[in-house]
Design a protein around this ligand. Structure first.
Ligand code: PGA
Length: 261
């Protein structure tokens, strides 16, 4: 079985360096021993240096500046994140895109962030996802545009990439509000087709596509088995050590029949 990937997006849920270190130490003890799953943690930037290299997981950032250097107060360059020990970075999370929320990132700045990350060897975890679904299928055009604008022309710098598909309407809720696996599967096929169009067949087929939005221990396995994704991006449940370990255990199991066990 190809290894699955589960990324915890801590957002601002973890509130102190002590809590973060305890989480990683516990993860080291409790992480499933079998090899079916890799775990990565996207930490607040201030914690990266103290966590990197301390546990069984890759540590990454939740955002990166679209600029390589210069007069950009409050921004963090890809080079500095890399020097702090980050190995990957979430790019274009919906909580940073505009609209609907705060950070004001556009498709163009997301494109720049992918390039900045790739230039220094950080793996971009590119978030895409529609705000709403319509019967006419406008969400497909929306997703296609997000992917094409972020990735067009990156072939020369990009060696590794992860896509996280997170429909906005499913983020931050309960397992029953997450996308249904069958609907997810259809969308993943569309994303794969678009990746092949934009990156070419060889690269487009290699990129892991994750799902994010109200993932919990209860729905994690079905999303993987029936949704056709290579892994998960987990917010709320990824900042709770018990839930996160439970998700890793469920996702790491080799057989589809194990789902109910
Ligand atoms: P959630 O967040 O798991 O709390 O829905 C996912 C995300 O925003 O990455």
């Amino acid at each position: 079985m190809k290894k699955k990937l589960v990324i915890a997006n801590w957002k601002m849920y973890i509130e102190s360096p002590e809590a973060a270190k305890k989480f990683i130490a516990t993860l080291k003890r409790k992480m499933p021993a079998h090899q079916g799953v890799d775990a990565w943690v996207a930490a607040p930037s201030a914690l990266i240096q103290s966590l990197a290299g301390k546990g069984p997981v890759k540590i990454g950032a939740q955002s990166v500046s679209a600029h390589a250097d210069g007069a950009h107060t409050g921004e963090l360059s890809a080079a500095l994140l890399k020097a702090a020990g980050a190995q990957f970075v979430i790019v274009g999370h919906s909580e940073r895109r505009s609209p609907p929320a705060g950070g004001g990132e556009t498709n163009d700045s997301v494109h720049q962030q992918v390039i900045r990350a790739a230039e220094v060897g950080l793996i971009p975890v590119l978030c895409i996802g529609e705000t709403e679904r319509t019967p006419e299928g406008a969400h497909f055009t929306f997703i296609e545009e997000q992917l094409a604008s972020a990735l067009r022309g990156t072939e020369t710098v990009l060696t590794k990439l992860v896509i996280a598909y997170e429909p906005l309407w499913a983020i931050g809720k309960q397992a029953e509000d997450a996308m249904k696996p069958a609907e997810l599967q259809e969308t993943v096929i569309f994303i794969r087709k678009t990746l092949v169009n934009v990156l070419g067949r060889t690269d487009g087929l290699k990129v892991p596509v994750l799902y994010g939005g109200s993932v919990e221990p209860d729905n994690a396995r079905a999303l993987i088995d029936d949704g056709g994704v290579s892994g998960l991006l987990v917010g709320r449940a990824g900042a709770d050590i018990d839930s996160f370990v439970e998700i890793l255990k469920k996702v790491g199991r080799p057989l589809k029949d194990d789902r109910a066990a």
